[in-house]
Design a protein around this ligand. Structure first.
Ligand code: SAH
Ligand code: SF4
Ligand code: F3S
Length: 465
């Protein structure tokens, strides 16, 4: 679920919101999908307070940056952006700059000390307090709220749908994480795990489908441990699938130690549950997995992969891999490459280990793999991942696929880009003349690279509302 990209909120639909004379907010978001979903909540809250929105930080009265702390590099980017916001503030002295999200939670008041440009800090469980924190800044004081909660799920707050494509929506089904993987900062920045009430998830999904949304992604750090009033994740999936029969339902992230066959069975049973499974493995060596405190072995992981392939022959399986974790030897690393081969991952996200202060690994183990070795291992993982993705995508040549169109293709404006039901990227040649983002089509696949399928439209399935 770690998508190392940023996106600016302030989409066209927001500009239609009539808020004459009101303050204008600019929200910039980094990190995983949960952070993007949180920015939608924040936008919803601000809208209810009468804020308008802008896509230009230079025009904003309020800049909020929703941050990620997963790796050191993620935080470096935020420091750069804060420097830029400092220059905005010199031109617009009344500008309020707020830092939200995981880096805010990790650094707390230290961020106020080290970045004079910052007026306001709010952690992931503090967004309800934003209006009050903004008023505090307006009255001349800097404001901070970073208390983590055991209950907050924001179930009653209407998010402002901004992302990522016109007919796609996120629903956060739980918050926090109880897993304590030794490398990971998330349990410290997002607190204890809690599940949102299933009724509010199901009714939100139903409303989205009725409003014409075609893709709904259920989000949690470990969806397999969802539990509310006796409803577990498989049951929740079934209820959402029934409540939103016209939408494709996706979810992230599954945890190998908790993923049950009943989830796979449920996906196989409902035609609108997408067989896309993101199952982070992190490493292929059992001693590394143990130091990572992941709670499974390579053999257990491969058993889960076998179950996925058995229940869902069309499944697209992706993973996360960390190279260069504390104490990782050449033999350990070879085990990771061997596991990639055995699991035949359709897609791989890869990261170099980055020590995070305060985590179990930082306290217990030495970050002892030299930088150049981490680099070389990352390169080897990338090479392997590309070869596996190419094989997987080439196997789709000659098939027909359902595709939800998302956006214009980057290379050629005559083409459109989208995703198959199972989550593969597709470029549709020449489709821009007749189709638009939000349409669902059938496509014939005639070519494939490691990154994408290439095809053309053979039929319209449903049009964007
Ligand atoms: N809850 C999800 C995602 C957590 S963060 C899960 O359990 O998979 C997304 C990914 O970032 C992780 O899967 C891991 O591969 C990577 N990651 C987390 N902490 C990291 C660190 N300290 N250094 C490098 N990569 C890290
Ligand atoms: Fe981090 Fe592990 Fe929780 Fe994922 S499951 S958020 S990697 S502690
Ligand atoms: Fe997500 Fe980054 Fe926080 S990956 S949970 S925004 S540390």
């Amino acid at each position: 679920m770690a998508l190392a990209h940023s996106r600016v909120f302030g989409a066209a639909q927001l500009e239609q919101v009539p808020t004459p004379g009101s303050y204008r907010a600019y929200i910039e978001t980094y990190g995983c999908q949960m952070n993007f979903a949180d920015s939608e909540l924040v936008a919803g809250l601000l809208h209810a307070e009468g804020y308008g929105f802008t896509q230009d930080p230079q025009e904003a009265d309020l800049i909020l940056i929703n941050t990620c702390a997963i790796r050191e590099h993620a935080e470096e980017k935020i420091w750069q952006r804060l420097k830029y916001f400092q220059s905005c503030k010199q031109r617009r002295p009344h500008l309020i700059v707020g830092v939200l999200g995981c880096m805010a939670e990790r650094l707390k008041a230290k961020l106020l000390q080290e970045a004079p440009v910052v007026d306001l800090i709010a952690g992931p469980d503090s967004y309800r307090h934003l209006p009050q924190l903004i008023r505090q800044v307006e009255s001349g004081a800097r404001a901070i709220h970073v208390l983590l909660s055991r209950e907050e799920t924001y179930a009653d707050i209407a998010p402002m749908r901004l992302a990522p494509h016109p007919t796609s929506a996120y629903i956060s089904i739980m918050r926090g994480c109880n897993n304590m993987c030794s490398f990971c900062i998330v349990p410290f920045t997002r607190g204890r795990e809690r599940s949102r009430r299933w009724q509010s998830i199901v009714s939100e999904a139903q409303q989205l489908a009725e409003a014409g949304y075609k893709e709904i992604t259920l989000l949690g750090q470990n969806v397999d441990s969802y539990q509310d009033q006796g409803v577990r994740f498989a049951e929740l999936l079934a209820r959402v699938a029934e409540a939103a029969p016209t939408a494709w339902i996706r979810f992230a992230t599954s945890h190998p130690k908790d993923m049950l066959d009943e989830v796979l069975e449920t996906i196989a049973r409902y035609p609108n549950l997408s067989p896309y499974i993101h199952l982070p493995v992190q490493a292929g060596s059992n001693s590394v997995l143990q130091r990572m405190n992941r709670g499974y072995t390579a053999e257990w992981y491969l058993d889960r992969v076998a179950a996925i392939r058995r229940y869902l022959p069309q499944a697209v399986l992706s993973t996360d891999i960390i190279v260069g974790f504390c104490g990782e030897t050449d033999a350990d690393f070879e085990a990771t490459v061997a596991l990639m081969e055995a699991a035949r991952f359709d897609f791989t996200y890869h990261f170099m280990y980055s020590e995070r202060p305060g985590t179990l690994a930082a306290r217990r183990y030495k970050d002892d793999v030299p930088q150049e070795v981490k680099h070389a291992r990352l390169e080897a993982v990338i090479t392997k991942a590309q070869a596996l993705s190419l094989t997987s995508n080439q196997a789709q040549i000659g098939t027909y696929q359902q595709v939800l169109i998302e956006k214009p293709a980057r290379r050629d404006p005559k083409d459109l880009a989208g995703r198959t039901f199972s989550g593969r990227n597709v470029i549709l040649r020449g489709a821009a003349a007749s189709y638009k983002p939000g349409d669902t089509v059938e496509a014939y696949i005639h070519e494939a690279t490691s990154a994408t399928l290439i095809g053309y439209v053979t039929a319209t399935l449903s049009e964007s509302p």
